[in-house]
Design a protein around this ligand. Sequence first.
Ligand SMILES: [Zn+2]
Length: 116
Amino acid sequence: MGSRKKPSTLITYQCARCRWDFSRTELDKPKCTICEKRDRLQEIKREPITSQAIETGMMRSMERMMISLEKAYEAGREEGIGDKEEIMLLEAMVKARNLQRHVEKAFGKCVTRKKA
Ligand SMILES: [Zn+2]
């Protein structure tokens, strides 16, 4: 009681619904980044937590998220998606971009800029 546990393991999960993979610590309740469900997650990798491992994992999933959103948007426009879908995708892209900026800022401050 009292002392907060520090996470020590980074776990990579894959969502069986949308094939998305993402990383969380062993203390987090994992939830799929894309479909926001947590019932079909499969653990695929465990590694010790280092700030490098977290940064790499997050940047990778951010990039992939942006790429897949942009692809979905382009494909949708070519096929002629409805306004509702188009708005949904645009909103998702804005959300992803904000998140990406947030993460870059956070890591920029505590990892990259720290000089020994
Ligand atoms: Zn999913």
